[in-house]
Write a protein that binds this ligand. Structure first.
Ligand code: FDA
Length: 308
């Protein structure tokens, strides 16, 4: 119930307007968001790199409805790629196709992506296409395949374990040798598309992680396991050890600001760890999805506000 309310609020314009103008809320949101400017994000990535962590940086933004609104995110990603190269950061970038025009015109989105991928290819920067709600799954995978075939860039995408279709998607993508981030899924989905029960989502995550590890062992693709769930991490580790799959063949990924001790512990054990680091002024929907993932975050947020 709480999750449904928070996910509803994540795209309610009135709630966004209140929060974005509330200075205290902005300050607390900074626990999960690296900052509002590129230079703040660069500073954070440098600090992460010093601790042995890599990053994937997200220029915050969600679906746009006018073609001209895709220009700022494209410019934002080009600047980001230039900064990663100039500063020698161990970082890639994550992006959402709806921020680049997918809902307006797939050709506009394709053109925008080609510009970003050309710069990324020159700079040797990995780009990951985030996965949004299930109305965009097929269009996102179609665009991923088209761009991967045509751009020559190091392009990855995301599969969400909660969708019924994901076993089949993973099987196909693994055969193609695609780089895949596996996550449980963060959107509100109907029961005819996604498992409603958490235990089924967890079982799917473990099943799909094994499929991706098998493919990586056979030299096909490079998986990233994006989870803070210790049971999922333990299952990945156990299967990799059992199959003799070394830690260079996959990575773990977590969100900036979540379970820092676990991140450090895994790095100390020799695992690769990449942090999702969002920055920008459009932090509201991202922030609300993080609150929805864990009810305790709501109380943490509320008590931080009360403490001022
Ligand atoms: P789960 O939600 O079961 O949580 C397990 C435990 O982890 C919790 O008990 C809590 O202790 C901790 N935890 C989890 N989330 C937390 C939070 N926000 N704050 C504090 N503690 C938390 N989704 C999507 O739909 N499309 C995408 O492209 C991506 N991309 C992505 C990238 C990366 C790097 C990560 C880590 C996650 C995503 N996600 C995503 C989000 C993902 O789908 C999922 O919603 C969250 O990772 C939470 O699921 P967990 O696997 O962590 O487990």
């Amino acid at each position: 119930m709480m999750r449904a309310i928070l996910l509803y609020l994540s795209h309610a314009g009135w709630a966004r307007r209140i929060m974005l103008h509330w200075r205290l809320a902005r300050r607390v949101a900074r626990l999960w968001v690296a900052g509002e400017t590129l230079s703040e994000a660069v500073t954070r990535v440098k600090a992460m790199n010093e601790r042995g962590l890599t990053a994937t940086v997200d220029v915050l933004g969600e679906a746009v409805t006018h073609a001209e609104d895709t220009a700022p995110p494209v410019a934002g990603y080009l600047d980001l790629i230039d900064a990663i190269r100039r500063e020698g950061l161990q970082a890639g970038a994550s992006l959402k196709l709806t921020a680049l025009g997918l809902d307006i015109d797939p050709e506009l989105c394709h053109t925008n992506m080609l510009r970003i991928l050309e710069r990324a290819r020159e700079a040797g920067v990995r780009i990951t296409i985030d996965m949004e709600d299930s109305n965009h799954t097929q269009a996102t995978l179609d665009m991923f395949r088209r761009l991967r075939a045509g751009s020559g860039a190091d392009l990855h995408t995301v599969i969400q374990s909660y969708l019924y279709r994901s076993d089949a998607d993973i099987e196909a993508l693994a055969a193609e040798g695609a780089g895949i981030r596996l996550c449980k899924g963060a959107y509100m989905e109907p029961p005819d598309r996604a498992y409603p029960a958490k235990r089924d989502v967890n079982a799917a995550f473990v099943r799909q992680a094994k499929m991706l590890l098998d493919a990586a062992k056979a030299g096909r693709g490079y998986p990233g396991f994006a989870t803070h769930d210790e049971n999922m991490i333990a299952a990945v580790r156990a299967y990799a050890a059992e199959q003799g799959i070394g830690p260079a063949l996959f990575e773990f990924q977590m969100l900036y600001g979540v379970r820092s001790n676990l991140q450090a512990a895994l790095v100390a054990e020799g695992y690769r760890m990449r942090l999702y680091e969002p920055y920008g002024t459009q932090w509201y929907p991202y922030f609300m999805r993080r609150l929805a993932e864990r009810p305790a975050n709501v109380w943490f947020f509320a008590s931080s506000l009360l403490r001022g």
